[in-house]
Design a protein around this ligand. Structure first.
Ligand SMILES: [Zn+2]
Length: 77
């Protein structure tokens, strides 16, 4: 009776404001003014917001990597 569900069971959600879509992409970024060079912040993005959020970070020179979110619950075509 002591079994607890694993903490990572909730699906990742897009970081865009007001968006509740499941995230398919992780944008890894770093603000050199605030963070040490090896620090990575992560924004999650759905397919619709990946370009929007990526463009925001790219314009400021913050974007380092874009990775598919592992264990995405389902990828609809
Ligand atoms: Zn979104």
């Amino acid at each position: 009776m002591a079994d607890l569900p694993p903490p990572q069971s909730e699906p990742p959600i897009c970081s865009a404001r007001g968006c509740r879509a499941p995230a398919g992409w992780a944008l890894r970024w770093n603000n050199p003014r605030l963070h040490t060079p090896d620090r990575r912040k992560t924004w999650l993005a759905c397919a619709e917001h990946r370009e929007h959020l990526g463009g925001f970070l790219t314009a400021r020179g913050f974007l380092r990597d874009v990775e598919p979110v592992p264990a995405s619950p389902r990828l609809d075509p």
